[in-house]
Design a protein around this ligand. Structure first.
Ligand SMILES: CC(C)(COP(=O)(O)OP(=O)(O)OC[C@H]1O[C@@H](n2cnc3c(N)ncnc32)[C@H](O)[C@@H]1OP(=O)(O)O)[C@@H](O)C(=O)NCCC(=O)NCCS
Length: 251
């Protein structure tokens, strides 16, 4: 009996009408049907749902990805990274119409994932048993996922997270609102490719609005993603999204 069907939650593509709603078998792996027609895709997954396919996921990784997995001391982190890197390749394979092993996925000097030789921008986040991935062929994307348990740490980071104006507003709003602001800002900083190399307090990122990417000048739309009770996530993408939940047969 095959293991039960894991679910991937995908954000609908932005400018083409079809969302990647169905799945198709290809070469023994399911592909996200519709991803090839989409301008922007994002998804998140629960690592536990995918662990039955860990061995097959390992086979998809390149040498650099395997080395990064091996550097993790905790078995749970090794499993999470294996699934994250395999799912990243599988999403991009669907977008590009190539085999996962043939996706030219690399990281630049700052650690930002790149797909050289293609129009695609991409972003990855992994935290405590969950993975979020975004890809767009129309402009930069950034995705960030954090465990909700981190909210308790946020008040002491408030000055690092908030601009002076945000600090006044968010002081009254509590740790959950600060964590949401954190993931929106991290999504923006990943979209510009600098990560925490740019100060969070230097940008303002309201929910459901657009903002200018630091050191880049292009605009991104930033929205919270629904990722279940245990996590909080945000996507910075070239435009506003409708959000759909879609099944994906397996990694
Ligand atoms: C990107 C960054 C914000 C990740 O933060 P995190 O919440 O710990 O981790 P996440 O799981 O959300 O994201 C990790 C992924 O982001 C991506 N990433 C790494 N650096 C990135 C960058 N500069 N821009 C965009 N994405 C980046 C990678 O895919 C990474 O996964 P991998 O390391 O397994 O390949 C952080 O690592 C960072 O800022 N790196 C840049 C280096 C830097 O300037 N550091 C300054 C430290 S103060």
């Amino acid at each position: 009996m095959p293991p039960s069907v894991p679910t991937v939650h995908a954000v609908a593509p932005q400018t083409r009408a079809e969302a990647p709603e169905s799945v198709a078998e290809g070469g023994g792996w399911a592909t996200l049907a519709g991803a090839q027609d989409a301008d922007t895709c994002a998804l998140w997954l629960d690592v536990a749902d995918w662990s039955p396919w860990r061995r097959r996921a390992t086979a998809l990784l390149d040498a650099a990805e395997r080395a990064r997995v091996e550097r993790m001391r905790r078995p749970a982190d090794r499993e999470m990274l294996t699934i994250a890197y395999a799912a990243h390749r599988l999403l991009l394979a669907s977008c590009l119409g190539r085999a996962p092993e043939a996706v030219p996925l690399t990281r630049d000097a700052r650690g930002c994932p790149r797909v050289p030789g293609t129009a695609w921008h991409t972003s990855l986040s992994h935290a405590d048993g969950a993975v979020a991935i975004a890809a767009s062929r129309v402009g930069p994307v950034g995705i960030d996922l954090e465990t909700r348990a981190r909210a308790g740490l946020m008040p002491e980071l408030a000055e690092r997270i908030c601009s002076p104006a945000e600090l006044r507003r968010y002081a009254a709003m509590g740790p959950e609102a600060l964590l949401a602001l954190w993931v929106r800002k991290e999504a923006v900083l990943k979209a510009c490719g600098w990560g925490l190399g740019v100060e969070m307090s230097g940008i303002e990122v309201p929910d459901g609005a657009s903002c200018v990417l630091p050191r880049d000048g292009r605009r991104v739309h930033v929205a919270m993603l629904p990722v279940g009770a245990a996590h909080v996530a945000a996507l910075a993408s070239p435009g506003p999204d409708g959000i759909r939940h879609v099944p994906w047969w397996r990694p």
